[in-house]
Design a protein around this ligand. Structure first.
Ligand code: G3P
Length: 220
């Protein structure tokens, strides 16, 4: 399973990349706003900086909601850098735009997926990725991981190449659950990725190893 980081924060992207396990980045308009990035030029500059830091796919979302607007914006985003994947919402206009981009050889990430049916439409239109939102379904007492599992099964059964990119990952256990159900990618906050490292037996084991080493080597 590939790991993407779900943020537009450059320090966090650098930190995750320095760990040596980062395969890509996803952003969305809320994450860009959180970093205070506004205006087309600044956004473009920011996406380019992310592409320089990380050697992998970088999702950049269109703001337009009409077909023509999405095409215009998506073409501009795709032209910025070969690593850019155009993120498009799962609406009727978005699905049409994904079909267009796919015919142009432009990679897309269909976002705001909450049902298997939406994922099917995106895959049929030629999306490179679909993004089911795990945490937001859990928030309303639904089952986000079950949705990821059902999309994975459907894509495997019908042999779609579209990758399942589990999004709205909120914590480390979500990552483990994504592994268990066969997601292709999980896009996660840095805290959830770092959470994978933690185990008290690792800490106590390392402490004991170092104490034993010191006792013999330093006579303590
Ligand atoms: O990639 C989509 C993701 O950022 C949404 O996450 O936590 O806002 O539901 P969240």
């Amino acid at each position: 399973m590939k790991f993407f980081i779900d943020t537009a924060n450059l320090d966090q992207i650098r930190e995750a990349n320095d760990m040596g396990v980062l395969d890509g980045v996803t952003t969305n308009p809320s994450l860009m706003a959180k970093e205070g990035i506004s205006g087309k030029e600044n956004c473009a500059k920011h996406y380019l900086t992310i592409c320089e830091i990380v050697d992998g796919d970088v999702s950049a979302e269109v703001i337009a909601t009409d077909y023509e607007g999405m095409i215009k914006e998506g073409m501009e985003l795709a032209a910025l850098h070969p690593q850019i994947v155009v993120k498009v919402p799962c609406t009727a206009e978005g699905i049409k735009a994904i079909r267009y981009f796919s015919e142009q050889g432009i990679r897309t990430n269909c976002t705001l997926i909450f049902t298997v049916g939406q994922a099917l439409l995106a895959a049929k239109a030629g999306a490179s990725y679909v993004s089911p939102f795990v945490g937001r379904l859990d928030d309303i007492a639904s089952d986000g991981i079950l949705l990821v599992e059902n999309i994975v099964k459907m894509f495997r059964y019908y042999c779609y190449d579209t990758e399942v990119l589990a999004a709205s990952i909120r914590h480390t256990q979500h990552i483990i659950q994504c592994l268990e159900v066969g997601a292709d990618v999980a896009t996660c906050p840095l805290s959830a990725i770092k959470g994978l490292l933690k185990h008290p037996l690792t800490d106590s084991g390392l402490k004991a190893f170092l104490e034993d080493h010191r006792r013999v080597n330093e006579g303590k």
